[in-house]
Design a binder for this molecule. Sequence first.
Ligand code: COA
Length: 339
Amino acid sequence: MLQQTKHKPTTAVLLGIGGYVPQTIITNQDLEYRLDTSDEWIQSRTGIRMRRQVSDGESTSDLAIQAGRRALDSAGNPDIDLVILATTTPDHPCPATAPYVASKLGLGDVPAYDLAAVCSGFIFALAQANAAVLSGQSHNVLVIGADAFSSIINPEDRNTAVIFGDGAGAVVIGPSYDQQSDGLSAFELRSDGSQKDLIMVAAGGAQIPLRDSTSDSDRFFAMKGKEVFSKAVNAMSSSSRTALEKSKWKAKDVDWLVAHQANQRILNCVSTALNIPSEKAVVHLDRVGNTSAASIPLALADHASSFKEGDRILLTAFGGGATWGAATLTWPNISVAEL
Ligand code: COA
């Protein structure tokens, strides 16, 4: 039974976290064999050394279930009454993947839905979970970011194949009634649909149904890398500044910057723009690449042993849509399993 109380929560807090990456490792050297690229180019332009990839038969739901299970264990297996899965690579165009994930996790008939905001998906989902908890509509929410970009990337396209990796991360968000407690304190979310061409899989939707798709490139993920780079830096920096203001935090109060793991040079530019020392900027992309909606919860899970209770963490992301945003989070006292 869910705990009932007549009081509204003061804050939504992180109760647990878990991450999961598939077993298959694709190194830069592996890519050198089949693409006109080099380890030196990939490391110097992106900071990525390797990424993980699902094996045959493994899908986004498998990653999401593993990460969700670990987050639930980390939270002490509380009753869950809402599941939000942020993903750009659902198992099928229809139906959503979240209900299947919820059922495989044994969560019964809880409401469960997918959220599509590409690499910003986790922050958007976190904002919805926060609002659901604060309003009293939901008590404990499982938020998962999971993507298997290897299913939409053209393995022959060196512009994208070197950047993306597969993985999943999940958190459990629940209420706190303690006036002193800090958890999720501020969100800033934005979108600009006039930039939808920056990041796109053109076919497979209602505009170019698969039956009408004439070119292979329509069916694969495409990205205008240079434009994405500068827009991502500006958008993550500006939304972070607003989230900091809303939280009444100064840049010097931030203990950790956990930005969407897109590219090491993007991370460097964002931390410089925000005046946050680079040693406070969490880096996980060197080992997993850009895992889209999974990147922030995976980076949090990977670095959890470095965080102390009460640490102030700034989250920020940019993704297709375009979508972007930032959130502020005070780290709780939780136990986290290793990735
Ligand atoms: N290996 C070797 N050379 C490559 C390459 C690869 N994998 N990809 C591109 N190149 C080449 C280009 O063809 C170009 O060659 P040219 O000068 O002869 O034309 C050269 O390298 C420079 O390419 P460019 O696109 O200018 O590189 P860049 O410095 O902009 O870096 C990205 C490319 C994709 C790494 C960079 O733009 C980026 O990270 N963008 C953001 C991507 C991202 O994070 N997306 C997700 C956001 S949610």
